[in-house]
Design a binder for this molecule. Sequence first.
Ligand code: FAD
Length: 329
Amino acid sequence: MAHTLTENAPLAARTTFRVPAHAAWLAEVRDAGAMPEVLALPQAAPGVLVLGEGSNILFTRDFDGLVVHPDIRGIEVLADGAVRAGAAENWHAFVRWTLARGYAGLENLALIPGTVGAAPIQNIGAYGTELEEFVSAVHAYDRVARAQCELSRDACAFSYRDSVFKQQRDRYIVTAVEFRLPRERAPVLDYAGVRDELAAMGVAAPSPTDVADAVERLRRRKLPDPAEVGNAGSFFKNPVVAAEAAERLAAAFPEMPMWNGKLSAAWLLEQCGFKGARDGDAGFSERHALVLVNHGSATGAQLWALAQRAQAEVKQKFGVQLEPEPRVI
Ligand SMILES: Cc1cc2nc3c(=O)[nH]c(=O)nc-3n(C[C@H](O)[C@H](O)[C@H](O)COP(=O)(O)OP(=O)(O)OC[C@H]3O[C@@H](n4cnc5c(N)ncnc54)[C@H](O)[C@@H]3O)c2cc1C
C-alpha cells in the first residue's frame, strides 16, 4: 500500500508541543505518486494539512480534515555534491550524513528538529546560515496544478523564515529536496558563541564536523529539549522594522539590540517580564525567553493565549508586532 489511512488520529505524540488534538483523518503517504489519489479522497474535502515531525506547529483545536504525512524516504547522491533527500528524512540525521561523506555547508544547521521536507517551508536558519544557500531544487506535488513539479531555488522565493511554500500555504506538498553541497567552505563562526565553543573544545582549525559538534553543544545547553519539555523552538520571529521605526526605538531604548533593522524578539519579551513566566503549565522558558513551553498538561489554546498576551504587551510597550514562527492551527 502506498498509503495508510487512520480515523480520529491522536496528534499529541506527533508534535513537539505534545498538546492534545486529533485529526479527523491521517494519511501516511509512502510514495509521491500516490498523492493525487490521497488528495482526491472524500476525507480531504474539509481541508488538508501537511505534517512532518510537528516541531513547528501548535494545535489549539482538533483538525477536521485530512492530515497528510509524506513518509517518503531515501537519500541519493546524484553527482558529486548533488544530493537528494526524501521529505520524511530527519533533518539532523541528514546533516550528519552529508558531513560524514565529506560535504560541507549544513554544519551550522545541525540539531534543528524536523524533517528534510519541512526545511524549505520556513527556510530554516541558525548560527549564521540559512537553508536557501544550499538548496538547488524542491520536488513537490502542486495541489493547484494537480501535478508533480520541481521548483528551482529562485522559484522557492526564500527569505528570512519565509518561502513560496509559506506564502502559498498548502499549495505544495514537498516530496524531496535537492542540495548542492561544496567539499570545502569557509567556516561561519562569528555567531552566538560558535568560536568560543570551538576554543573550549580545544579546536583551532575546525572542520565542518567540528562546527556541527560545537553548534550541537551550544543548542543542547541553550534550548529546552522537546523530549523533556514540550516546545517548538523560537515561538516568534525576530521583527524587522522600517528605518523610521528603528530610529524611534533606538532613541527611546538605547540599549535595545538591533542589527539591520532586525530586533531581538527574545529581548523584547524579556523586557516585558515573559522570560520564565508561567500561567499554569503554559510558560516561556527560563533558559530562553523566545521559547514557549508546555510544562506538562497545557492545552494548545492555553499556550496560544499566553503567546497572544505576550504579543499584546510587546506591542503596547514598544509598538512592535511580534509574528509567530510556528504554524498555529
Ligand atoms: C527545540 C527546537 C529548536 C528549533 N530551532 C530552529 C532553528 O534554529 N531554526 C529554524 O529555522 N527552526 C527551528 N525550529 C523549528 C523547526 O525545527 C523547523 O521549522 C522544522 O523545519 C520543522 O520541521 P517539521 O518536520 O517538524 O515540520 P512540521 O512542524 O511538521 O510542519 C511545519 C510547517 O511545514 C509544513 N510542512 C511540513 N512538512 C511539509 C511538506 N513535506 N510539504 C509541505 N509542507 C510541509 C506544515 O504544514 C507546517 O506548516 C526548532 C524547533 C524546535 C522544537
